[in-house]
Each structure stands twice: as structure tokens, then as C-alpha cells.
Design a protein around this ligand. Sequence first.
Ligand SMILES: Cc1cc2nc3c(=O)[nH]c(=O)nc-3n(C[C@H](O)[C@H](O)[C@H](O)COP(=O)(O)OP(=O)(O)OC[C@H]3O[C@@H](n4cnc5c(N)ncnc54)[C@H](O)[C@@H]3O)c2cc1C
Length: 436
Amino acid sequence: MSPNPARPSQPERRHVTIIGAGFVGLASALWLQMRGFQVTLADREPPLGNAAWRQAASYGNACTFAPQAVLPVSTPGLVWQVPRMIADQNGPLAIRWRYLPHLLPWLLAFLRAGREAEVARIIAVLASLLNRAEAGWMPLIETANAEPLLRRTGCLYLYKSQAEFDAADDWHRRREQHGVNLTRLDASQVRELEPNVAPLYHSGVLFNDAFTIDSPRRLAAALAQAIVERGGKFLTGEATNLRRAGSRVAFSIDGADHEADHLVVASGARSALLARQVGDRILLDTERGYHVLFPEAGKLLNRPVCFVEEGFYMTPMADGLRAAGTVELGGLSAPPSANRIEIIRKGVGKLVPRAGEATETWLGFRPSMPDSLPVIGNSPELPNVTYAFGHGHIGLTLAGVTGRLVAELVSGETPDIDMTPLRSDRFGRWGGKRQA
Ligand SMILES: Cc1cc2nc3c(=O)[nH]c(=O)nc-3n(C[C@H](O)[C@H](O)[C@H](O)COP(=O)(O)OP(=O)(O)OC[C@H]3O[C@@H](n4cnc5c(N)ncnc54)[C@H](O)[C@@H]3O)c2cc1C
């Protein structure tokens, strides 16, 4: 690891192109610059403060830096809920049945990841990343002068009954074992913290170290600005045709040919399409999620609030109150579900009665691996291609540490955590090519 991220440890001037300017790509670019690399970011729609940056999952998320998120999505017993996930298309976790044939290898691996021994292993790996997540972000936030965008208020989970709280409390204890700082609250303590939330809760938990980003768009623009000031370049267009070019890597942007010494694929939910061009099959899919914005309600809550049973966060942010979440396994091309948007809208009306009218709605694509662990590592096929994607529900939280790990890998250093669980080929023939 670099002892001081502000000073490049090597006077490298190698040129790295990063495909994807979501938070993972932006963080990787800045960490690489801090180590002396020249960087170019290529994206279909770069985040330089314009209104177009909507396709990135980084745009529309619940704005929450969530160190408590050590649990994978797949947990013991989930397998028995699959019929309901298919039958109830509007539930917090649903499978679009038309997509099922395509999803099958991913779904089987997802269910296998929910076995108890696997869950324990995954929690330990996630905790090793999450414990380094804030240290991965802060040098970037300081460099981009983006500290005013942070709200250090914690994040509140609410439970509607004693039974729901008791079931969740086993998981809280596991979180605590991995260093998560949380406070259990009764209903009156919740009311004191959030007087505008309808008293439909029995109890809650405050995750003390969580914080929010007031505007993901503004944070992205600040990072992009810092990258440009340090000599970085942005290319706008669709990257295709990744290929070896001697000791370098070649690719096309909207048909025009380019080369780089090293390529980082940080293309979110579309990354597997690019990896395939290099010759790597990766079991990446998407967990589709939605947001609905209530522009008049930004001051009604003091922090992100999540009624766990509902499956979405309500986060006060610069644009208003953003209700964001739910999971739909349905691929990249199906249209948004109007029903699901309506359920979130009605849900907020019930939980925060003064929320007012909803305006913006958004569908986004979480880049998700079956085991809820990201892919961070070099391509088995082409070693000067580094993969950085698959962060699922916590890509905003993990972008900084991912960027740091990417910069270390590209520099040829050995990171301070075991990278084996994050390899791109960990699902073998289902979605990878095992190295000998
Ligand atoms: C509803 C919802 C709520 C969420 N809430 C949170 C939260 O509160 N906290 C948290 O930590 N995480 C949250 N997440 C997850 C988080 O948003 C994602 O994990 C994260 O944004 C992924 O970042 P990324 O940079 O990998 O991908 P993205 O942000 O999707 O960026 C990928 C970029 O690659 C570009 N791209 C793709 N293919 C190409 C190509 N061929 N050529 C050029 N460019 C290409 C895209 O245009 C895009 O800009 C949430 C996600 C959703 C959907």
C-alpha cells in the first residue's frame, strides 16, 4: 500500500484508460493519478455536471455510505422464497419470470451463496472491504473539495414488530462482531430522532458511522473536475472491441480506435459484455432498483430511514427526499415497472405522511455478482486489463477502497487484503475461466 496517497509512490507515466465514469471509475482514476499514472475516462455519458448522467447506478442510488452493509443479499432460507419472488412481481425482491431462463446460472449461484458457511465467509470478506471503505474515500473527497456534500447523521433501520426486530437482531450481532457501530432504539427514541415518520414502528437500530452524500451528481462532478485539473481526459462514447495490441490494449470508442498501456473495466452492470470481448466469462447480472423523488420533503427526515420490510431507503438529499431501493431480477433491457414505482410512491405517502407529490422516477442497474462480492482483479486472459465492478448494493460505499486497490494492482503492488475471493473467475465454468 502507498504510505501517503497524496504523493505518487512511483514516477510512473504509463497511460491507463478506464471504461466507465461511475463512482468506481472516478475513484480508480483519481487513485491512479495520485500514483503518477496518466488517465483517460471513457463513458457513454460523462458526469461533468450536465443533466445527462442518468444511466449510471452511481447517479440514482440512496446516497448512503453504509459501513453496516456486511451481509450478502442471499441468506439462509432464501431458496424457499423463490416461488414467491416469481409470483409476486411487486415484492421487495422479485424475479421477472420472462428473464428466468437467462438468469438461471446466476440464480443457482446466488442461492448457493446463501448457505450458512458461505454467508459467514462472505461477511468476513465484505467486512474487510467495508472496514477500509471510509479511508478509501476520504483522500478523494478532500482532493475534490467535496466535504460539504457529506452529512454525518447515521442511518436508521426500523422494525414494525418485536418479532421482526428479534429476527434482525441476530444479524445485528453478527454486524457488531465485525466492528459495526450500532445503537438499538425503542419507539420513543426513534420518535425523538425522526418526528415526521409515521409511528408504524416498534423499534429501530441506528448505524452510527453511516453518512450520506447530499448529491451523488455533484460529488461525481467534483471528482471529475479534480481529475481534469490533474491532467485527466474524458472521452464520450460507447467502448467496444477490446483487444490485445502487442504489449498494449486496444479498443474503440464510437468506432474510433484507441490504445492504452493498461485498461480498467469499471462499466457497472455492462462490464461482463466488455470482459467477454477479452475472452473472460463473468457471472455478472443486475439487480434492478428504483428511486422516486419527493422534492418538497427534503427537510422532513434527518437521516436515511429504512423500514426494512419495505425494501427501500428514504434519504434526505439536495434534491428532496429520495426513496430508493427494492430488487428486481430482470436484466438490462426490460422497461421500468410502473407498478413498482407506484408501490414506492404509496409507501412513502404512508410512512412520511407530509412527503407531498413525487416528481422524478428512475430505474437503475446495480452491477451484481451472485455472492454480493465485487470483482476486483486482473483479467486471467489479458493481464493489463483490470476489472472493477460488481459492487451490487454498496458501490457508492466501496468505490474509494476499490479505486485504491485498482491503483495498487495496476502498479504491480500486493494489496493488504486477500484478493482471491474477488477474482473474476471464481465461479469457474459457469462464468469464468479458471487459471491453472
Ligand atoms: C436504487 C439503488 C440504490 C442504491 N443505494 C446505494 C447506497 O445507498 N449506497 C451504496 O453504497 N450503493 C448503493 N447502490 C449501489 C450503487 O449505486 C452501485 O453499486 C454503484 O453506483 C456502481 O458504480 P459503478 O461505477 O460500478 O457503476 P455505474 O455507476 O453504473 O457506472 C458505470 C458507467 O459505465 C458506463 N458504461 C457502461 N458500459 C460502457 C461502455 N461500453 N462504454 C462506455 N461507458 C460504458 C455507464 O454509462 C456508466 O456511467 C444503489 C443502487 C441502486 C440501483
